[in-house]
Every structure is written in C-alpha cells, then in structure tokens.
Design a protein around this ligand. Sequence first.
Ligand code: IPM
Ligand code: MG
Length: 327
Amino acid sequence: MKVAIIPGDGIGKEVLPSALSVLDAFGLDIEKVPLKIGYDKWKKTGSAITDDDIALIKQCDCVLFGAITTVPDPNYRSVLMLLRKELDLYANIRPFTPLEKVKLPCARKFDFVIVRENTEGMYSGVEELHEDVAYTTRIITRKGSARIAEKACKLANMRKKELTIVHKANVLKSDSFFRDVCTGVAKKNGIAYNEMLVDAMAYDMILHPGKYDVIVTTNLFGDILSDEAAAMVGGLGLCPSANIGDKYALFEPIHGSAPDIAGKGIANPIAAILSVKMMLEYAGHTREAISIFIAVNKVIDMGIVTPDLGGTYSTIDVSNAIIKLIR
Ligand code: IPM
Ligand code: MG
C-alpha cells in the first residue's frame, strides 16, 4: 500500500508523526510518500498545494492527513476541501464511540456514526461576494444524495440496520429533495429509517444519544453535528474520520491545526492514531486496527493522557505508551 503523508500545519506536524510511529510498530509493507502542503508552503511559495502535489497524491492508495491552517486570503480555497473534491471523497465517515474511562458530559451509552456528504451542499464552492450582498449556492444532486445514502445503508447493514436521515426539509427545498432520495435508497436496501430535522437532532443527540446508529446528512449539517458529537465523546482530540471515495480515501483527525497549542508538544495524538486505525480497517488490516483500539483505551485507563484529558503527558509520551502496549 502506498500512502501520501501530509502533516500540514500546527499540531498536524506533531500528531501525525506520533500516529506514524504507531503505524510503524506493526512493520506492515507500507510505502510512505511525504508531502509538504499547507499554510507554511503558501507563505514561502504563494500556493498551499500544487498540481504536482495532487498528481503525486493520485499515485497513492490513500492519504494520511494532519491539519491545515486556513490561509488569510479571501480568494483562498481550503486544501482539505480541494482534496475532497479533487479525489471525489464523497463520504465523510465519523464514528463516535466513547472510549473507556474518558469523562463525558452526557450519558455514556451510545455508539453512532455520522455519515456526512462531503462534496456538495453548502460547500459547493459556488459563491459570489459583492459590495452589499454575498451568495453561497447550496447544491444537492440526485447522484450526490444517492451515493451517500448507499454508503450509509451499507454501514447500517453491518451495524444495527438503523438509519437516521437528518435534514431541514421543513424550510429548504434542497433538503426535501435530499430526504426523498435518501428514503428511496433506504427502502431499496431494506434498511429501517427515521427522519430528524437538524435542529431537533442537535437537541436529541445530547439527551438520547443511545437511540442513534447511522446518521446520514448533508455537508454543513454533518460538519456541525460532528463537532457536537466530538464534545459528547470527550473532545476533538479523540475523534478520527475517514473521507472515502470510490477510488481514493483520506484519513484525518476531525480537529484543526490548533495554533494556540502548536509547538508545545502537548496535542492529543489519539484522534490521529485512531485515524490510522480507520486506515488499517479500510486496507483490511483488521487485527492491527483492533489492537490500536485496545491500546488507546488502555493508555487512557493508565492515565497516560495529554492536558485536554486532564493529564500531564506529552504527545510523544502517549504514542510511545501505545506502541509499548502494541509490542
Ligand atoms: C472538518 C473541518 C473542515 C470542514 C474545514 C477545516 C474546512 O471543519 O473537517 O470538519 O468544514 O469540513
Ligand atoms: Mg468541522
């Protein structure tokens, strides 16, 4: 397997090396293609990512991504969004399973996955900025809705076979369209489904998280709900994600580059390490993926955690402890 390695900026440069050291502990046959992409590159060269970078990425099977700082330029388009579009990574899979011993702000008993449409909706990129008005066109296509619904049904089939379709169809025509396509796909696949309006979902997810299994939604709603879910499992430092297309995949922690703590060596590497776990699952290395999950739970149990979880350990301490357990 050939993997493009993009640490990016800020804590991406700290958590990704930590996660790679965990990956290396398995001694798998993985060819790494390191790439310097992001804000630092933009400062030096005027572009955050080049066509050559994209060509190199397309020669790989998947990407491991850290985090990239948004460049302060009104014409700048997020590198992450560009890669999602360019590689057609239409499904953003975000699992929320509480880890043992992590203190939660809500009920403990839940285990759900947000399946976020990742290439259209409010992120269409069709925008206009004028003196007194600005437009963003929210594009929802039949193809885009059907393929994300298919992904969600496939996942539901491997889990409790329950799908929740989240939308705002009471206000947005584009969302009644999204809902109708999703319900059609669920019926075709024999998956039991229910619907939630996104505002009610934001509320109920906290009160009754145990009710949910697979949640499918549009791009921006998925972005917002997944940060809420991250708070429910104990913080963004714990949450991985997989951006999946038919040809490529990109694995990344949900968190950003966190400039406020960058360079201090205290960023939580668990989200990045669990992103490696998702990559290993994708590549069929199930045994290794399970052993990462067990080791992550164990280090938390042992109290070897970074300050975001109330500990005093460094990024590297955490990954070293995980590696020791794996060995
Ligand atoms: C995420 C992030 C990105 C998004 C940003 C960094 C473009 O918030 O992956 O959730 O909005 O999708
Ligand atoms: Mg987000």
